[in-house]
Write a protein that binds this ligand. Sequence first.
Ligand code: GAL
Ligand code: ZN
Length: 638
Amino acid sequence: MLRLGCDYNYEQWSPEVWAEDMALMRRAGVDLVAINVFGWAELEARPGEYDFTALDHIVDLLHGAGIKLNLGTGTASAPPWLTRRHPEVLPVAADGTTRFPGGRQAWCPSSPVFREHALRLVEQVARRYGDHPALDLWHVSNELGCHNALCYCDGSAAAFRGWLEQRYGDVEALNKAWGTAFWSQRYAAFDEVQPPRLALSARNPAQLVDFQRFSSDALLDHYRAEAEVIRRHSTRKITTNLMVTAHIRNQNYWSWAADLDVIANDHYRDHRLADPAAELSFAADLTRGLAGGRPWMLMETAAGAVNWQPYNLAREPGELLRDALIHVARGADAICFFQWRASAQGAEKFHSAIVPHAGVDTAAWREVLELSATLRKLAPVEGTRVEAEVALVFSWESWWATDTEARPSQDLRYLDQVHAAYGALRELGLTTDIVAPGSDLSRYRAVLVPCLHMVSDREAAAVADYVEGGGRAVITFYSGVVDPDDRVRLGGYPGAFRELLGVVSEEFAPLRPGQEVVLSDGGRATLWTERLRLTTARTELAYEDGRPAVTSNRFGAGQAWYVSTALDLAGVLRRAVGAPATRPDTEVVRRGDFVFVVNHGTKDIDHPVEGHELITGQAVTGAVTVPGGAVRVVREEA
Ligand code: GAL
Ligand code: ZN
């Protein structure tokens, strides 16, 4: 069974509405409901005075309706009494100014006072509902670090110093790692170290990366602390909703994944991006990577528009179903919405919901019903695994290190490069696993390593070993340049990959905005070039002046390509790794025995496949016809 779920902020509604909602949820086929995500101030209106009457009632109603609980611990936002009594829990920005309550998540991840109060609430909730028959899943806090990921308060400074002592042992090791011989930054003792607060010039980049690592760990630690309390009272699964998305980059989820009993992601179409549909697929694949290939949950998405982008576009007819099924194609076993009923008040009152302000005689409501019916037809897909031919290596640390203050080009942004690489693979119709640096790559036909700027020796060796054993790797510019201390690997770029690639890059030569260079095949390149010298590689594409732009190198039984500029990567990949003929507008993913065919265009397409189509219930011989904008799912029969 594939699940259909939603957030239910019942606190905003009266008991009459609750009753109506239970009936409507049954009609919609909702079977998993997230409650108590922001419940704290309702449950504990005054310190230590708990009132579970309303929550008990909702739990009973949902249970009575046969709906399972995705139960929030309630700690996502502190109640007003807590921040009034203990203003020291409030987060502080890099410029030293405090962020006040009035929005949400106004708490410092390293605050022992916040932690203590939050765990006290978790204890109450876990003890009360820990073995409730309707309880399916624990939902720790909410989107940890959505707003409060980086806190620069004195408490965080102390915690940062503790973290650094753990990491480096003595202050000389820290001096070495941070290169403090530069700009008179040498520390004599850990207590001199500060978080990278706003400064007059570029800050120490190694310090910035360590602060990111520390901050990610601090929130993971908060998750662990809540989970530990829950486990004392409950054997049910525990998770939190991750934000694998284009605008959040502060958590290194590779180091979080093992702590979550099931991987859950929140994803909203981002209309600020050039290709929101490609980013959706990318995020789904990365989420599956975090789940180690196992099925995962889409914990939040929107039935219509969101309210937090500059222009919050309504969904086109059919888009909701299509997007949801792409998540399913790429490994999701649950599709959940934020939120059930559109709020009449509060900062999210113009965020869409399953039940819109206009009620249920609406296209939006009918689209959710259609999705619900479709998910039921796709029940046999549950638990199956996506089959990917190629891998893309993704790194939060390289994201942090690349997008730092003083870099060769301000237009060089890690995620842009990753999206471009992923987009090229998608254009070629290659299903991609997104993997952590250092992963075993041996099962893939090809591996793409975009902009892996910060890489350890071990992580670099994983790519070299793969190629040596017969693999094909394509590595793009700015990769391999620094070690995990953000120290440049001397002797020429791309440092850690120099031998594998058989090139030495003597110099970066970024381009001005709008500037283009012509390549030897007539193609255009932008953003970035390099002054490359070949050692063992050969030139595959040259710059106008004859210097190498794209190279290939035999290494062991395999081949490694280097792409030193921003160009038509799909063209390079086609040559480097080969690719099936594909049609634009068609997205095909195989999950278990099921072939998902998505038509992003407006005209019918035929995709060759044999078997049984689950949505129309028809037998497929030769090819399945997919109408414009639609998705078909064919169970292959050999
Ligand atoms: C998420 C959050 C939800 C809601 C939603 C709106 O960031 O977890 O509480 O705010 O976005 O899109
Ligand atoms: Zn703090």
